[in-house]
Design a protein around this ligand. Structure first.
Ligand code: NAD
Length: 242
């Protein structure tokens, strides 16, 4: 299927980055077993909640440390370079697809990116180290240097609107796909998990590669319950691209 594909879309979730040392959300030891997510409305409503959200964000960043793309990110980049994959739609916020060398125009981040922060009013970019320094110096959540607006990591929280351009791009890529491969996602978070459903409705073959069962296994043409790194390594070997 991969060999025949010319416009495959690879749709990734937190599971593709666990081999890099970033825990996922729903597996034992994942973020959700330790932290209840802070809803966007709660973040907007209270200075104390914003400070708590930033403290958690910085603690997770500290615990994870410097991360590098893993074997799965590299295999996907290789498949894009070989002309089989047109786009990667990622729910991940870790920037590891970019770091794996796929050209930026092929990557669609539908839940944003945690490698920087943004003002919610004027959109000005702020660096995470600047946020950290501000919190250490003032004990308060930072405000935008240009307009005084609320600064938030450039990620999409629960309850926050999805980014319009990225959702439109992801839809277009999905409708153009000749194969749709979901890797490392429990396929429980909507609207993101709507893309594999859309691909299938559009008659694209759907492959799901995930360690455990997902919410959409019944819909797929091929379901592989395995760790993505070894499986994709074997695929690359079969394709003579190991
Ligand atoms: P999820 O935690 O709901 O699901 C991850 C799935 O990946 C699980 O079903 C797990 O069994 C599977 N998995 C774990 N390691 C695997 C491996 N090595 N090979 C194959 N499968 C593996 O994550 P989700 O579906 O992405 O949804 C949660 C939301 O949280 C998303 O928005 C996600 O991007 C975000 N999140 C992102 C990161 C990140 O950027 N790295 C980390 C945690 C959560």
């Amino acid at each position: 299927m991969v060999q025949r594909a010319r416009r495959a879309v690879v749709f990734t979730g937190a599971g593709i980055s666990t081999e890099c040392g970033i825990p996922d959300f729903r597996s034992p030891g994942g973020f959700w077993t330790r932290f209840k997510p802070i809803d966007f409305s709660e973040f907007l409503a209270s200075e104390d909640t914003r400070l708590e959200a930033w403290r958690r964000f910085l603690a997770i960043r500290e615990a994870i440390g410097d991360v590098e793309p893993g074997p799965s990110h590299r295999a996907v980049a290789r498949l894009a370079g070989m002309g089989h994959v047109s786009h990667v739609i990622t729910q991940n916020i870790d920037g590891l697809h970019q770091a794996s060398g796929i050209s930026a125009e092929r990557i669609i981040e539908i839940h944003g990116n945690a490698t920087h922060a943004k003002c919610l009013s004027c959109g000005l970019r702020h660096e995470i180290d600047w946020v950290k320094d501000k919190i250490v110096a003032t004990g308060r959540a930072p405000r935008c240097t240009a307009c005084g607006g609320i600064v938030k990591s450039a990620t999409i929280s629960f309850g926050q609107a999805m980014p319009e351009q990225e959702m439109a791009d992801a839809r277009a890529a999905t409708l153009n796909a000749d194969l749709f491969i979901a890797i490392g996602s429990s396929l429980q978070v909507f609207p993101a998990a709507g893309f594999p459903v859309l691909a299938k409705q559009n008659r694209s073959p759907l492959v799901i590669l995930n360690r455990e069962e997902t919410g959409l296994d019944g819909l797929a043409d091929l379901v592989i319950h395995a760790d993505s790194g070894p499986l994709l390594g074997a695929l690359m070997g079969r394709m003579g691209a190991a």
